[in-house]
Design a binder for this molecule. Structure first.
Ligand code: GLU
Length: 455
């Protein structure tokens, strides 16, 4: 599916990525990032990459990675490509070598305690707590002595003292003065990589043109822009979106599992409602029920995202889920119905009759058993029953049968309104309320209707 990017001049086949670390299941806030990237790729005929940032082998698990894939699939987000950082250490080593050779990556030997002491002193003096680059002053002999005493270096990226500017596609003109930042550690003492270098190396190698992510990463951007350049690449475009916060005003965390996609799915929330809430909350586009993910993608516009935080409301999600459910076509739920054994020629008219009454999709099984299974009918009072039985039309039945029949019963009994309809509903369905009887009656069929009223 490639369209020329009419509405984004100069933008040809962008490449974007969603880069979760598989250290927990994704929540609705992570889904926001995934969807914004996915929609951007679809809108501009580009590529969407799923990248697992799993260099932290202690906290990353295979189960979480697989779980995230399941969550994305449920949301309808299909990556064009996927890979894991844990497969790409050779590339990170090459990038680190390149930086070292250019004098941009230097070994440091301070212990965390020493660093903390320096920091406290700086703060006490009223100076910004920025790393003082003492390690750059070490002579070769001093470094050897430290190593001989058992110290292993961690490696810092030497920042150029410049103001990095970028035109954020959401936040507009942005800048960070790198003189106010510590040289970031890229490689730990044990040789493992922190997030920064692998991320930039991958963005370069996979040709990422646009980094769309949460605004908690704004502060990383200047360092990353310098890294792109130090590695000989142009920095991509950046777009930092506002973060979803819960109704309690707190941010969402993977650790607590709050509003996890898996949890919402298990609670029976419709995926399109989750996607619409995730993508549209905190934007100038109203949160609204949609019938398909492409329809939602069509509403999408990075420029519509607000700069304020996006407050998320559970009750709104539940209400939206019901509205989505009530508008789903038979086509779009055929497989889900089949999984509940709701198949055959009645399945489609049944779905159209029942959908408007569902709070959760799984409730549909109950209504299917109302038309095809056994129920506990509430008996009619005897004159009412005889009138109803004798007026019951012959088949074939359609959606006009109900009014023809109840018209005749009304004539015969003088009953009308609730006194007429409610007992018939109780007799036919065993329930106080439910889908329109005009639609249910032909699905229940004459034989069952007779048995329920007669019995
Ligand atoms: N693994 C990082 C995260 O989940 C990716 C950040 C980025 O998109 O650059 O926050």
């Amino acid at each position: 599916m490639t369209h020329p990017a009419h509405d984004a001049p100069g933008l040809f086949a962008p490449v974007v990525r969603f880069a979760p670390s598989p250290t927990g299941r994704i929540h609705i806030g992570n889904a926001r990032t995934a969807l914004l990237n996915y929609f951007f790729a679809r809108k501009h005929g580009g590529q969407f990459i799923l990248r697992f940032d799993d260099t932290d082998s202690e906290r990353s698990t295979e189960e979480y990675a697989l779980g995230i894939e399941v969550d994305l699939e449920w949301l309808g987000v299909a990556p064009d490509r996927k890979f894991r950082q844990s497969e790409r250490f050779a590339s990170y080593d090459a990038a680190a070598r390149k930086l070292r050779e250019a004098g941009r990556l230097y070994p440091c030997y301070e212990t965390p305690e020493e660093l903390e002491r320096k920091r406290r002193l700086q703060i006490a003096r009223g100076a910004p707590p920025v790393y003082d680059r003492a390690a750059l002053q070490l002579t070769a002999a001093e470094r050897s002595a430290l190593e001989a005493s058992g110290r292993r270096p961690h490696w810092r990226f030497k920042l150029a003292p410049e103001i990095v500017r970028w035109d954020d596609l959401i936040r507009g003109d942005s800048h960070i003065d790198c003189a106010s930042l510590s040289d970031p550690v890229l490689v730990r003492e044990d040789g493992s990589y922190l997030y920064t270098l692998p991320s930039v190396a991958d963005d370069i190698d996979s040709g990422v043109t646009h980094i769309i992510r949460g605004e908690d990463h704004v502060t990383n951007t200047a360092v990353q822009v310098q890294l792109f350049r130090a590695l000989g690449a142009a920095a991509p475009h950046f777009a930092h979106h506002n973060l979803l916060i819960g109704a309690d005003g707190q941010g969402l965390s993977k650790r607590t599992g709050a509003l996890s996609i898996a949890g919402l799915r298990e609670a029976g929330v419709e995926s399109l409602a989750v996607a619409a809430m995730a993508a549209l909350t905190g934007s100038s586009i109203a949160v609204q029920p949609v019938h398909s993910l492409p329809e939602l993608a069509g509403l999408f516009d990075l420029g519509a995202i607000s700069r304020n935080s996006a407050r998320f409301d559970d009750a709104e999600l539940q209400a939206l889920s019901e509205r989505v459910l009530h508008g789903l076509s038979y086509e779009s739920v055929r497989d889900r119905l089949a999984a509940l054994d709701i198949v055959g020629f009645k399945a489609e008219p049944f779905w159209l009759a029942a959908r408007g009454n569902l709070a959760r999709f799984s409730d549909v099984a109950e209504w299917w058993s109302v038309i095809g299974g056994e129920i506990q009918p509430e008996p009619l009072e005897s004159d009412f029953r005889s009138a109803a039985l004798s007026a019951l039309p012959a088949e074939p039945w359609d959606e006009t049968t109900w009014s023809a029949w109840t018209g005749a019963v009304k004539q015969a009994t003088g009953l009308k309104g609730k006194a007429l309809f409610h007992p018939l509903r109780l007799a036919l369905t065993g329930r106080e309320a439910g889908p329109e009887l005009a639609k249910l009656l032909p699905l229940i069929g004459r034989a069952k209707a007779l048995a329920r009223i007669g019995g």
